[in-house]
Structures are given as structure tokens and as C-alpha cells.
Design a protein around this ligand. Structure first.
Ligand code: 4NP
Length: 145
């Protein structure tokens, strides 16, 4: 069964904590976490504009703190979902030998959305657009579990 799901982005302060908050809101019994491939923001709460955009839709991200993705995450989770292909490649480069945990692009669960990745709102400034994609993919993921 797929009950432990890890979302991964670059900084772990925008896209992956938003996905964590959205999915937890809709599926409180799943074990959900998020991490970043980078280490710049370790220990930080989600970026203020991301928190505000999420809060406006009913998602409270204030308790989340950034951490860095680590090889042990392959055993700790049943499914690892990357926000973009760069994240995916960074994750795959750390896969322990013999491990078969699926690592997928999150947006594969929203095939009609027109994106294979979630554009990084830290750079685009489009926090609502990111949340739109994350909500669509979360809904598709829940239907696929
Ligand atoms: P995220 O966005 O990967 O969606 O959390 C980023 C936030 C911060 C940085 C990069 C991406 N940064 O380099 O500081």
C-alpha cells in the first residue's frame, strides 16, 4: 500500500511544503512529508508569499520546517514525488543500490494540466498558479492510490 508519500522540490520552502499541506488536508491519514534537494533553507518555515497563498485556500503551512532530502528517504517512503525533472535527477542520483522505491514527477497525476512540472513560484512569483497545479495533481494522486 502507498501510505507514505514524500514531496521533493529544490528549496523545500515553496512547492513541496505546499503539496504536503494540500495533500494532508485532503488525506489526513496518509503519512506525508516534504524535503528539498538543496540545503540553503534547512530549518526555515515555508516562504511567506507561499504560506499566504495557501492560507487563502484553507491550507495552514506554518508548522512546516524545511529539511534536505537524504538517501534514507528511499526506505522511509513508499512514493517520492518530484516537482520538476531537475529534482527527479538529483533524487535518482542518491538512490541506494537495490532500492526500488518509485520516484515520479508529481504532475503525472494531472495529465490535463498542460505541465509536466510545477514551475517554481520562488522565481515566477505565481504562487496561485503553483497551487492550482498542486491541487489538480493531488486530486489525481488520491484517485490513483
Ligand atoms: P522551492 O522554491 O524549490 O519550490 O522551495 C525555491 C525556494 C528557494 C530557492 C530555490 C527554490 N533558493 O534557491 O533559495
Amino acid at each position: 500500500m502507498t501510505t507514505r508519500i514524500l514531496f521533493v522540490c529544490l528549496g523545500n520552502i515553496c512547492r513541496s511544503p505546499a503539496a504536503e499541506g494540500v495533500l494532508r488536508h485532503h488525506a489526513p491519514t496518509l503519512e506525508i512529508d516534504s524535503a528539498g534537494t538543496g540545503r540553503w533553507h534547512v530549518g526555515d518555515p515555508p516562504y511567506g508569499p507561499m504560506q499566504a497563498a495557501a492560507r487563502a485556500r484553507g491550507y495552514d503551512l506554518s508548522d512546516l520546517r524545511a529539511r534536505q532530502f537524504k538517501p534514507g528517504d528511499f526506505d522511509a517512503f513508499d512514493l517520492i514525488l518530484a516537482m520538476d525533472t531537475d529534482n527527479l535527477h538529483q533524487i535518482e542520483a542518491m538512490r541506494p543500490s537495490g532500492n526500488a522505491t518509485p520516484v515520479e514527477l508529481f504532475m503525472r497525476y494531472a495529465p490535463g494540466a498542460g505541465f509536466d512540472h510545477v514551475p517554481d513560484p520562488y522565481y515566477t512569483g505565481d504562487f496561485d498558479g503553483a497551487l492550482d497545479l498542486i491541487e489538480q495533481a493531488s486530486s489525481g494522486l488520491l484517485a490513483a492510490l
